[in-house]
Design a protein. Structure first.
Length: 320
């Protein structure tokens, strides 16, 4: 188990590292022997490559697939868009894994310097896009579509300090931080898109959110979701799509709703959640799973291909 002092030493050493939320705290991965920058040409070979059976707890790759890469894998083209010139995906091969206690504590000696956030779509533009997609729903081209907005700012912060504060105030099951030499990525996501263990696979779609109040508890939040037609239909659509996605790679009859329409509680919100499980067919490999399940329905809408084409032709900035 690493001490907070040791964590600070790793952070200040200039080493790249990744912190990922685990069941009993956090895992820190470092001493990377490989860093694979993905693009549309090498992603298939990366996913298809066969590796020896896992013998050590560092026999793995950790990283991310960008939105553009996932679209390309399922033959959905993205028109030329404004982008930030960031890699489409990066995966790291660690040689060292260290456990961190459940409470991540790190405080920078330097003060944060924040600037105000700017949004990439003003209200007038948003309403125009909303009305356009509303017509697409009425005409049957899509059933549900998620408009993406970006908030940007230029600020000087310590990423570990920021992640530590975030984990103390709003810890999420999929919280992680990637610290590299010239960038950091921080996530505080509650949603698990794919979990695979052997032939068992599951996905946990979240569709439905309500703000916590002094009078709203989990029981009342569940009643609110059940009685709210919009929240219920939105949730049902995403669950149906995810079940269909899993059915493409799972044995017939094995895809089941393990948990249906339950409420998960977070610091400021209640989420409407389901859990879907299945048994993979034989000869299904990593690329089959990624192509079937990604991008996740809760961040785009449904049906998948039609909705992706509508979004990509409308959005002027790359989601990467």
């Amino acid at each position: 188990m690493i001490t907070q002092k040791q964590l600070a030493e790793i952070h200040h050493s200039g080493k790249s590292y990744i912190i990922y939320k685990s069941k009993k705290g956090f895992d820190l991965f470092t001493n990377f022997s490989k860093k694979i920058i993905l693009n549309n040409k090498n992603v298939t070979s990366f996913l298809n490559k066969k590796y020896k059976n896992k013998q050590k707890n560092t026999d793995l790759f950790i990283g991310f697939f960008g939105y553009e890469l996932l679209n390309n894998l399922i033959n959905v083209k993205i028109p030329k868009q404004k982008n930030i010139n960031f890699p489409k995906g990066i995966f790291y091969k660690p040689e060292k894994k260290i456990k961190i206690t459940n409470k991540l504590k790190y405080k920078s000696e330097k003060k944060f310097r924040f600037n105000k956030f700017k949004i990439n779509i003003n209200k007038k533009s948003y309403v125009k896009i909303f009305d356009k997609f509303k017509k697409k729903i009425k005409s049957g081209e899509t059933y549900q579509i998620k408009i993406c907005t970006k908030y940007k700012t230029k600020s000087k912060i310590d990423p570990l300090d920021f992640f530590s504060r975030l984990s103390q105030t709003n810890l999420a099951p999929e919280a992680f931080m990637i610290r590299d030499k010239n960038y950091s990525i921080i996530s505080c996501s509650p949603e698990n898109l794919i979990t695979k263990k052997g032939f068992d696979i599951s996905t946990k779609p979240i569709a439905g959110t309500v703000k916590k109040t002094k009078t709203l508890n989990k029981f009342k939040a569940l009643n609110y979701f059940k009685k709210n037609l919009k929240e219920t239909k939105e949730h049902n659509m995403i669950v149906d799509m995810e079940r269909n996605d899993l059915s493409r790679i799972c044995k017939v009859g094995s895809v089941k709703l393990s948990k249906q329409k339950i409420v998960e509680e977070y610091k400021d919100l209640f989420h409407y959640v389901s859990l879907i499980k299945g048994k993979l067919k034989k000869n299904i490999n990593n690329i089959d799973i990624i192509k079937a399940m990604m991008p996740g329905g809760s961040v785009i809408g449904c049906p998948k291909i039609n909705t992706l084409n509508l979004l990509n032709n409308q959005e002027r900035e790359n989601r990467n």
